[in-house]
Design a binder for this molecule. Structure first.
Ligand SMILES: N[C@@H](CCC(=O)N[C@@H](CS)C(=O)NCC(=O)O)C(=O)O
Length: 212
């Protein structure tokens, strides 16, 4: 049994989508974020930075979204190209692109005051929006040119990761401006896994392509 430490519509949603897609048994452990649970010693033991998500597995507690997704893919042999296949390297490149660029800049966009104080929040948000537009355009171009199997209308760990980020970034980077990604979002939000998560977290049925 997996235990997913979770708040709705956070990065824990990405892990939940993958657990659902893989049909793995899991329990949700709600995090009382407003009550300061992210700073509690008990949660910091699971996730030392006080970020969401953390996943307790039968063997260890994991954090960092990309690491959790890769682990779930590896233990099941699903939702990513297998090691030692030609697709694995490019897949890892774009997984880390997403984890190291798109995800943190999305956080800067949502929490601009954390970088340079409330007085500079508008400027930081504008810079983050410009960076996000460039990053999403880079991803869109790669998908349109390369048509990779591991970021396509077929479920994959990277597909669900990108889909949730595109949900959050609907304002600076509307999905409809990115036809190759839009097609993927439409297909992934139609999966039983996505609809189960949408219902559980109170999200629109068009949770990726038209979230709000
Ligand atoms: N690098 C981490 C980032 C996780 C992260 O930023 N999570 C956000 C939710 S999407 C969070 O914990 N926000 C709460 C906060 O920063 O106070 C990962 O990939 O898991």
């Amino acid at each position: 049994m997996y235990i997913l430490h979770h708040t709705p519509d956070s990065a824990a949603l990405i892990v939940r989508l993958v657990l659902e897609e893989l049909g793995l048994p899991y329990q949700i452990a709600p995090i009382d974020r407003a009550g300061g649970a992210l700073d509690s010693p008990a949660y910091r033991k699971l996730q030392p930075l006080g970020k969401i998500p953390a996943l307790q597995t039968p063997d260890a507690t994991l954090f960092e979204t990309a690491a959790i997704l890769l682990h779930l893919s590896e233990v099941t042999g699903k939702l990513a190209p297998a090691p030692n296949t030609p697709e694995r390297g490019p897949f890892l490149t774009w997984l880390f692109f997403t984890s190291n660029n798109l995800h943190p800049v999305a956080m800067n966009y949502y929490y601009p005051e954390r970088l340079a104080g409330a007085e500079n929040a508008a400027a930081v948000k504008a810079i983050a929006a410009a960076q996000l537009k460039s990053l999403v355009a880079t991803l869109e171009n790669m998908v349109a040119l390369d048509a990779p199997d591991w970021l396509s209308t077929k479920p994959s760990i990277l597909g669900y990761y990108v889909a949730v980020l595109m949900r959050w970034l609907a304002e600076p980077c509307p999905a409809s401006d990115h036809p190759a990604l839009h097609k993927i979002l439409l297909a992934l939000e139609a999966t039983p896994a996505a609809q189960t998560c949408a219902q559980a977290e109170g999200l629109a049925t068009t949770l990726f392509s038209n979230p709000y």
